[in-house]
Design a binder for this molecule. Structure first.
Ligand SMILES: Nc1nc2c(c(=O)[nH]1)N[C@H]1C(S)=C(S)[C@@H](COP(=O)(O)OP(=O)(O)OC[C@H]3O[C@@H](n4cnc5c(=O)[nH]c(N)nc54)[C@H](O)[C@@H]3O)O[C@H]1N2
Ligand SMILES: Nc1nc2c(c(=O)[nH]1)N[C@H]1C(S)=C(S)[C@@H](COP(=O)(O)OP(=O)(O)OC[C@H]3O[C@@H](n4cnc5c(=O)[nH]c(N)nc54)[C@H](O)[C@@H]3O)O[C@H]1N2
Ligand code: SF4
Ligand SMILES: [Mo]
Length: 694
């Protein structure tokens, strides 16, 4: 892409009828690819990777290669609509934007007058990672309104808090340095499906002899790709990490100089891990004693070594402590000082921007407005007092993605709940709405992007006209602000203004100097990560906290510890309903091509368990617990250990909740950060129909 072309005005790509224009993938995926969109007669006809992007280098996943079909899907919403049938029936009638905004603001004004602004709750997540649309104008609006606040804990918060106790924040290895890594430990991450460019780097490293170890509860595509797959029982990973520490100290394989210079508490840790001998750890984890030794020695002897910490293992009751514990390992071997070594859970700390300027919490009348954990939406809608009387859902599909799904749906169908849903599609959540608003795709907006894996800030300028009458989140909140009669200048800021405000953040030295014009010219700009983050860790001590006084003050054990999962009823199997390869959470689950690529929603089961239950591959199986049930197709083999069943994908149901895995998941919160515990539920499994008779 010639620089000259990039320097043109914000709308140049929009008005360009033919040719190739730059874009950013807006999906909630660590890779945040640079894209090139091919336009013909004003329409996007092809999506490919931008070869100039330093990290993603022209490769993109199969999902987004087919993005064109989603953009122009005839099912896309084109007009605002109001409900005309019963709640949840899905009968709507088109209305104008004027009527839509008027209906919403009239209702909200009367709710505010009668019950106060906390009777209204926004519910959103990162369906579009663009910062202005995901957490910009919306925050300004709901802050100004004084609405109840949403604690956005559904994804990575338990692990984020746990990692921060050890490292101070989301700071880890630069993925670009991992071409030189010699040992990759993919720990509870389905990298092949969920972080494909880390696989590309690992493949390059493999050409120089690197080895890949995968530790997972399921031998999925990532486990099959590994040089060595280590199956482990769900929720026991911290015990394995502590067993590794036990051996590292016992065999004098630790880097004492590093421990002394860069950590606090290594002497206490040395004593503490004596209890985690390999026999004890093996009994907890299901990992054979000899494999614990082999893994630890491989880890001690190979440099650079990288632990890529996934999201999967923190979606458990003990997820925070688990990540806090694993994050201690690279300190024992001094790997943080080796380029390509260390660990990475998330890297968002490097690109932390000025959220106060972007979101304006100062506009909130009551800074202590109630905070509602998004993992407990069902209980919040059914039990909170004073009640939530209106919910505004955008960039999120809670009727599919939130735990205790049946409770969520009972809440959404409440006759007295005024529900607004803003999305590109009539999602399962939108089916319950009183007012449905059509959303633009990210390619129709201006926004900036900060990856949580690589170190680049990226800019998206609009490249296609809004589809039908659809509007961006930013524009909808501008309209709502006007409708409410708010005259604050912040609602008139342009997208470029907001990006400038967000990037102006001297408190983050890594972001220094990155500004809007530069992004307009260069599209992707790297944070200045030259000063080693290990030298300026934002922990209370400024060092890696193997012993954490902050944890002690917060009521946790100060040293890394194994805590078992909560006993979730008496059902025989632990159920891990993980994401799949061809959907992005529930996004794409409404697209025929993506459904065909996934074929059928499966339940992976150990052969010995299946035999005992009289279940064979291909059988339809019903899985259930006290919270609900769903039906999947059995896939029997050795990909999971006994006592564990795994499904993949959040299947959209279009009204038929047969494959609704979140009907079974608990809404208990994890040990830290109010995190989700999707993978700590127990279930029973039985055959409903054999493969032979369908
Ligand atoms: N194709 C695709 N890509 C995605 C997504 C998607 O839905 N599809 N979702 C995006 C989002 S929002 C996120 S947060 C990330 C998530 O992507 P990842 O970080 O990869 O996390 P998960 O896929 O949830 O889980 C990873 C693995 O953890 C395993 N696991 C579960 N419990 C345990 C355990 O106790 N111990 C161990 N060792 N392993 C365990 C699961 O079997 C799974 O293979 O991916 C993003 N990218
Ligand atoms: N069982 C189980 N459940 C899980 C998980 C799991 O592993 N297992 N993973 C959890 C995790 S990690 C996450 S992050 C959540 C994700 O859950 P969600 O954030 O709900 O993700 P999606 O299902 O992809 O839904 C995003 C929605 O946003 C819409 N959207 C996209 N762009 C825009 C926009 O610009 N404006 C508006 N208004 N809408 C837009 C999309 O059309 C889509 O309907 O799911 C969680 N649920
Ligand atoms: S979903 Fe992830 S891998 Fe696929 S194009 Fe988007 S950022 Fe890249
Ligand atoms: Mo997520």
């Amino acid at each position: 892409m010639p620089t000259q072309q990039r320097q043109q005005h914000t709308e140049a790509y929009l008005h360009q009828r033919d040719g190739v224009v730059p874009a950013v993938c807006s999906l909630d995926c660590p890779d945040q690819c640079g894209l090139l969109l091919h336009k013909k007669d004003g329409k996007i006809i092809k999506v490919e990777g931008d070869p100039n992007h330093p990290v993603t280098q022209g490769n993109i996943c199969n999902k987004v290669r087919h993005m064109g079909e989603r953009l122009y899907d005839p099912k896309r919403l084109t007009q605002p609509m109001k409900r005309v049938g019963a709640k949840g029936e899905g009968k709507f009638e088109p209305i104008s934007w004027v009527e839509a905004i008027d209906t919403i603001t009239t209702r909200w004004k009367s709710l505010v007058a009668d019950y106060g602004p906390e009777s209204i709750l926004p519910y959103s997540f990162y369906g579009n990672m663009g910062r202005l649309n995901a957490e910009g104008m919306d925050r300004r609006f709901f802050n100004r309104l004084g609405a109840s606040q949403l604690d956005q804990t559904i994804c990575a918060s338990a692990g984020g808090v746990g990692y921060a106790y050890t490292m101070g924040g989301s700071f880890g290895t630069d993925p670009e340095s991992t071409v030189d890594t010699k040992l990759f430990i993919m720990w509870g991450i389905n990298t092949v499906s969920t972080n494909m460019h880390q696989v590309v780097f690992a493949e390059k490293a493999r050409k120089n002899g690197a080895k890949v170890v995968v530790i997972d509860v399921h031998q999925n595509q990532t486990g099959r790709w590994a040089d060595w797959f280590i199956p482990i029982l769900p929720g026991t990973d911290s015990a394995l990490a502590l067993g590794m520490m036990h051996i590292l100290f016992a065999e004098n394989r630790t880097d004492e100089a590093f421990l002394t210079a860069y950590t606090v508490g290594h002497e206490q840790l040395r004593e503490h891990v004596k209890q985690y001998d390999p026999e004890t750890v093996s009994a907890i984890t299901g990992v054979p004693v000899e494999d614990i030794y082999k893994l630890t020695r491989l880890y001690a002897e190979t440099s650079p070594s990288l632990i890529r910490i996934g999201n999967g293992l923190q979606h458990h009751d003990n997820g925070g402590m688990c990540i806090r514990t694993i994050a201690c390992l690279p300190a024992l071997t001094g790997q943080w000082l080796v380029p390509g070594g260390g660990a990475m859970k998330g890297n968002s700390g490097f690109l932390q921007f000025n959220t106060d300027a972007l979101q304006r919490p100062d506009a909130r009348p009551d800074p202590n407005a109630r905070l509602i954990n998004m993992n407990q939406l069902g209980s919040a809608l059914l039990e909170l007092d004073p009640p939530i009387r209106s919910l505004h859902v955008y960039s999120c599909n809670p009727a599919i993605v939130a735990p205790e799904g049946n409770k969520v749906r009972s809440g959404l169908v409440r006759e007295d709940l005024f529900l607004v849903v803003h999305d590109l599609f009539l999602t399962e959540t939108a089916m319950y709405a009183d007012i449905v608003l059509p959303a633009t795709s990210s390619f129709e907006n201006t926004d900036f992007y900060t990856s949580y894996w690589h170190h680049y800030v990226q800019l998206q300028l609009p490249v296609m006209e809004p589809y039908g009458e659809s509007k961006s989140n930013v524009d909808v909140f501008r309209l709502l602000a006007r409708g409410m009669g708010y005259e604050d200048a912040m609602f008139e800021d342009s997208e470029a203004d907001m990006i400038e405000q967000a990037l102006d953040f001297p408190a983050n030295p890594y972001l220094a100097g990155i500004h809007y014009e530069q992004l307009e010219q260069e599209t992707f700009v790297k944070a200045d990560v030259t000063p080693a983050f290990i030298e300026r860790l934002p922990t209370p001590s400024g060092k890696i906290e193997l012993y954490s006084a902050a944890m002690e003050a917060d009521g946790y054990p100060p040293l890394p510890t194994y805590t078992p999962l909560v006993q979730d009823g008496d059902y025989p199997y632990l159920f891990v309903p993980a994401p799949n390869h061809n959907f992005l959470n529930s996004t794409f689950a409404n697209n025929d091509k993506h459904i065909r690529m996934e074929k059928t929603p499966k339940l992976f089961m150990n052969a010995a368990d299946a035999e005992a239950a009289g279940i064979a591959s291909g059988d339809a199986v019903r899985i259930w617990n006290d919270r609900g049930e769903c039906e999947l197709t059995a896939s029997v083999g050795e990909t999971v250990l006994r006592g564990v069943v795994v499904s993949q994908g959040l299947w959209a149901d279009g009204g038929d909740a047969k494959h609704f895995v979140n009907a079974l998941t608990p809404d208990r919160v994890a040990d830290m950060g109010g995190g989700a515990t999707f993978f700590s539920g127990r279930v029973q499994v039985e055959r409903v129909a054999s493969a032979a008779n369908g």
